[in-house]
Ligand binder design. Structure first.
Ligand SMILES: Nc1ncnc2c1ncn2[C@@H]1O[C@H](COP(=O)(O)OP(=O)(O)OP(=O)(O)O)[C@@H](O)[C@H]1O
Length: 356
């Protein structure tokens, strides 16, 4: 296993001039030895580019990649000792499940007894023990992908295991199970795992730390809790959570905040000038009477989403969503309510970056 340091940028086109010419804008980042990471972001944000640069399938157009302080920028995936699992199964159909799992070990010249032991362990973890003697050709797509995962995880001596959306072909009900399995395997084997996905649930349940990416930039690296409670950038607030964070434009002057057409006392010290007030739908409470820190809004929609009711209310400056626990007394459509936008969990942003 290795600690991985990136200090680089990448443009697919020669002579990049503006930010949009870069698939990865200049970044400095480290992946700790033995950590489980997810690279999360919408299509085209640069996740696969970063993964391919880490694996050695792609050389960055600027800067370097180091493993344990050693420059590996020009090394191939084999030289870097990287295992990779792709979206679709990469296995040998004519081999049995056991032979497929053993393949990376046999290539490294591992003794037979040790191979048997390691294959047995990985098969057990992935619930493939009953199929070890079966030919891979006859198996369903999700079983084949489990073999691919097993082949990625079977070696103990790899620098890191990289996963590029590995659960795409897996049935939704099995996905949940496999994600949990991968997490267990990580805890047990202590491999450095880097997992690319555009699915926030997948990223947040799998990783210790999630790298949220947007337009070639790693906008925040943090735990699921940090990304939820303290998004460092409004993009993270929008992207994480369902629905995402609410934002209202505000103006601060000498400790007073103009927001949604009224003036409120700023709850923390804030710089003068334009701001955005951010609060999660899960944290937004409402009442029918005016309270300090609350703004007026008109109820526009109420949706029953099973686990709770989702209220949409129109405030001056934008629509706000609140998740209301089942059993809460619901206001009527068109009614004016007071939304508690300022509380201990409120975040404040300037130029889209968290200031408090
Ligand atoms: N081989 C290539 N040549 C030119 N441009 C590329 C190449 N591969 C990717 N890009 C561009 O680089 C940017 C980042 O792409 P990348 O595939 O890394 O994003 P991604 O986040 O992995 O997206 P997805 O989830 O759709 O795979 C995109 O604008 C993409 O069009």
């Amino acid at each position: 296993m290795a600690r991985i340091d990136l200090d680089l940028a990448h443009a697919y086109r020669p002579d990049p001039k503006q930010d949009s010419d870069y698939a990865l804008l200049p970044l400095k980042m480290s992946f700790a030895d033995g950590g489980a990471y997810a690279l999360l972001g919408p299509s085209g944000c640069g996740k696969t580019t970063m993964l391919n640069i880490i694996s050695g399938l792609l050389a960055p157009s600027q800067g370097s990649v180091s493993f344990d302080g050693r420059d590996v920028t020009r090394q191939t995936p084999q030289q870097r000792n990287i295992a990779q699992v792709f979206q679709f199964p990469v296995i040998y159909d004519t081999m049995t499940v056991a032979q497929n799992l053993a393949f990376p070990l046999r290539n490294r010249g591992m003794p037979q007894a040790r191979i048997r032991e390691r294959v047995g362990r990985i098969a057990e973890m992935l619930e493939l023990s009953g199929q070890l003697g079966q030919r891979a050709a006859g198996l369903a797509a999700d079983a084949k992908q489990k073999i691919s995962l097993g082949r990625g995880l079977v070696r103990e001596d790899v620098s890191a295991v990289l996963f590029d959306e590995p659960l795409t072909v897996i049935d939704p009900h099995l996905k949940w199970q496999l994600r949990r399995k991968l997490k267990e395997i990580h805890r047990e084997l202590k491999l450095t795992l880097i997992y690319v996905t555009h699915d926030q649930v997948e990223a947040l349940t799998f990783a210790d730390e999630v790298v949220v990416m947007s337009r070639g930039r790693a906008v925040q690296v943090g735990t699921a809790e940090a990304l939820f409670e303290r998004p460092a950038h409004t993009f993270v607030g929008h992207f994480i959570g369902s629905p995402g964070m609410n934002f209202l434009p505000a103006e601060c002057r000498g400790g007073r905040l103009q927001v949604a057409g009224i003036e409120l006392a700023a709850p923390v010290s804030l710089p003068d000038g334009p701001l955005k007030v951010g609060i999660r739908p899960e944290h937004l409470s409402l009442s029918t009477e005016h309270h300090p820190g609350a703004v007026p809004a008109t109820v526009r929609r109420l949706q029953d989403i099973g686990t709770c009711k989702l209220l949409t209310a129109q405030a001056q400056g934008g629509d706000m969503k609140a998740r209301l626990a089942n059993g809460t007394a619901l206001p009527a459509i068109g009614q004016t309510v007071w939304l508690q936008v300022l509380d201990l969990r409120t975040c404040f942003y300037r130029n889209e970056e968290l200031v408090s």
